[in-house]
Ligand binder design. Structure first.
Ligand code: ADP
Ligand code: MG
Length: 688
């Protein structure tokens, strides 16, 4: 068995007792491999030793000084004892105090000189004092002083020193076995350090330059293996296409469309048609900001597919959106002879059964629905194209489940969340990407205004003024359906809506939608609003994605600080969709200074990609997608935001390698193949 796969309990020369072992296990460290790949989360530069007189108060300092008297141990009370002494150098004196470390008394010898590292405090004219320092005798090998010291994740029962020595021992034992996953050519071309050097210096950096070299190599390696894994899976999945859509003629479709496609839309359609005519099934992501016109692109794809004699399925994240798409696509494609149907959880059992029957018999050519589409009961006659709208609401698994429905159909994923390009590279590493980076002409400017509670009256007046002009307004409150533990949340939205109706706008028509409504009720409320039968729609984020009401010109967001910027961007995109000037009013809520900063930045830009980058930087990738469902494998060292340039090169290198050796059969790539397999195994639920 490989040394690396041995358990850390077998580390010879270290007494790892049961408690300590438990602590390591708690951190997920079981094998030597786990231990040596548990990279420090930070470093402390302790190289510079200062004179006591030059020590910076309030900061950690490294000081070389001689012990001036035998340490005195005093018991303050049960559970608290203090060991005290003083130290001196040529220029000054300093008190040194240890809490609950009685053994220090026997370690520090009067008249001997040590390096001390710890935080220095100086109160008034008193001597400076160092508390709980680490120390090492002058002339000893530097471990916790005089060098760049790694800082590891810890848990109760583990100290930095324990982890450090375990790692050191592990590297001694398996240093020669550390796998070189990078082919020599790649390492040379990108000038990457050797494995052993990298591991040694990431854990115990010789100096900052070596640390940087080590870091660069390990990040590159991690991203390279990830990219290689995605590319490998893709090349395995590449089956022959069963549904070639050739010579698609969209003339009728274009004639029926009430507008001309923008250049960006046309490009996306062309890419889709090229994919669907190819040898392999399409896997394409269409990424376009809110309002960029993705639906028309999807409709073109569906039309081409239906015209070629196949079925297409369009999956929306909510019933409201499914219905909306059903209506607009029915209106557009129905007259062209396409039989469009709706299948959602909200249908009566009978209606559902009938819709399923029509699908199974191939009477329906384009079906629009929600998750219900991927229920086991749904069978298709000839499913050739799956469109998933607003994909970030779908787990990768769901996408996969739908793929299983047909004979490997084409997959088209639409995303309005402008995923930062870097992130898309990873999350959608297995998809081709079309970007719609152009809005249809004649879009309205949206003024974004940030207000405090003191402006509430004026905001209400403004709502009233807009309604007087015939417009409509959204008022969005932080979600209640995402907050199961707080049943009061729903009550408060309901109460708020009632108060608005009864006290503030008794003469206007106020409606409420929230996640706990039954689908039929929700749809009715949305329909009323879309048809102009209500003036003000109070809502939780159910309206976030895709809803299209051109007459709505005002988006008011309560507690804007509780929303992510990308979410706010989606909300703001609900207005400014018609011919009227539109506004987005954000109530600051309890925004602290940083949150305010973000909101101010948000005010100034409408570029969804920029906003997404910002969000990503602030909240990190997991949160960015709302959950652990993000589809991102855990990365130990690479940070998705910071290592963009490296990600690109790593990805290029991986793609190149996989093009030359698609199945990773070359003996040169054996180690890489093993790592790829391990990553697939580890991320089973995440990758499809
Ligand atoms: P999203 O990309 O957010 O899904 P939609 O597909 O809902 O955007 O389109 C937003 C609005 O823009 C819709 O009302 C749609 O009819 C309109 N639209 C789409 N493409 C064009 C175009 N090329 N010219 C004019 N209007 C368009
Ligand atoms: Mg849409």
């Amino acid at each position: 068995m490989d040394m690396l796969d041995r358990e850390i309990s077998e580390l010879t020369g270290l007494r790892i007792g049961e408690q300590r072992l438990k602590a390591f296990h708690k951190l997920g460290i079981v094998t030597l491999r786990d231990l040596v790949t548990d990279f420090p989360r930070a470093y402390d530069d302790r190289r510079e030793a200062r004179l006591i007189s030059e020590a910076v108060p309030g900061e950690a300092n490294c000081v070389l000084a001689t012990v001036g008297e035998p340490p005195r141990l005093s018991r303050i009370r049960k559970g608290l004892d203090i060991t005290k002494t003083f130290v001196f150098d040529g220029m000054g004196r300093m008190d040194v105090t240890f809490f609950n470390q009685p053994y220090v008394k026997n370690l520090l010898k009067t008249g001997e000189t040590y390096y001390f590292y710890g935080r220095v405090e100086r109160k008034g004219t008193y001597r400076p004092q160092m508390q709980n320092p680490v120390f090492e005798p002058e002339g000893s090998e530097p471990v916790t002083t005089r060098r760049v010291v790694p800082l590891y994740r810890l848990t109760a029962g583990l100290s930095q020193k324990m982890v450090m020595s375990a790692v050191r021992r592990a590297l001694e034992l398996c240093g020669d076995e550390l796998p070189e996953q990078l082919p020599a050519a790649v390492r040379e071309r990108y000038q990457l350090a050797q494995t052993r050097f990298a591991y040694e210096n990431i854990h115990a950096p010789r100096d900052l330059e070596s640390l940087e070299l080590a870091r660069r190599r390990l990040i590159f390696e991690e991203l390279f293996v990830l990219s290689a894994t995605l590319a490998f899976m893709r090349s395995c999945q590449r089956k022959k296409s069963s549904f070639r859509v050739e010579n698609a003629d969209l003339t009728d479709f274009y004639a029926a469309l009430p507008f001309r496609l923008t250049g960006a839309q046309s490009r996306a359609v062309a890419e889709i048609l090229r994919d669907m005519a190819g040898d392999h099934p399409m896997s394409r992501l269409v990424q376009g900001d809110v309002g960029s016109g993705k639906t028309a692109v999807a409709a073109a794809a569906a039309y081409a597919c239906v015209k070629a004699g196949y079925q297409a399925a369009f999956m929306a994240p909510t019933e409201i959106l499914a219905e909306q798409h059903f209506k607009s696509l029915g209106k557009l494609l129905g007259p062209l002879g396409v039989r469009v149907d709706l299948l959602t959880g909200g249908l009566t059992p009978k209606a559902k059964r009938e819709a399923q029957e029509r699908l199974r018999l191939g009477q329906t050519q384009l079906v629009i629905g929600t998750h219900a589409l991927i229920s086991d009961k749904v069978e298709f006659a000839d499913l050739a194209l799956i469109i998933a709208d607003e994909q970030h609401r779908f787990g990768v698994q769901q996408r996969a489940a739908l793929s299983d429905k047909g004979d490997t159909p084409h997959v088209l994923v639409m995303s309005a969340t402008p995923i930062p390009r870097t992130m898309a590279l990873i999350v959608y590493g297995d998809l081709d990407v079309s970007v719609i980076d152009e809005l249809p002409p004649g879009r309205q400017e949206i003024d974004t205004i940030l207000v405090g509670e003191d402006k509430r009256r004026r905001v209400y007046d403004f709502i009233r003024a807009q309604v007087a002009e015939g417009r409509q307004a959204f008022i969005v409150c932080p979600a209640v359906e995402e907050n199961e533990e707080d049943p009061g949340g729903l009550k408060s939205v309901k109460e708020y809506a009632r108060e608005l109706q009864e006290k503030i706008f008794p003469d206007l028509r106020v409606a409420l939608v929230h996640g706990k409504l039954r689908p039929a009720e929700k749809n009715a409320a949305m329909e009323d609003f879309a048809a102009g039968r209500t003036d003000i729609l109070v809502a939780t984020t159910v309206i976030e994605v895709g809803v299209d009401v051109p007459n709505a010109t005002l988006m008011v967001v309560e507690n804007a600080d509780r929303f992510g910027l990308s979410q706010l961007h989606q909300l703001r995109g609900r207005v400014g969709r018609g011919e009227h000037k539109s506004y987005c009013v954000l109530f600051k809520g309890n925004a602290g200074e940083t949150a305010l900063e973000r909101l101010r930045a948000f005010r100034k830009t409408r570029d969804g990609f920029k906003i997404a980058e910002e969000d990503l930087a602030i909240r990190g990738p997991g949160d960015f997608f709302g959950s652990r469902q993000s589809g991102l494998p855990d990365m130990t060292i690479a940070s998705f935001t910071a290592d963009i340039a490296l990600l690109k090169t790593a990805q290029e290198a991986a793609r190149e390698l996989l093009t030359a050796d698609p199945a990773l059969e070359d003996p040169e790539n054996a180690v890489l193949r093993e790592s790829v397999m391990r990553m697939i195994e580890r991320n089973k639920g995440t990758f499809n």
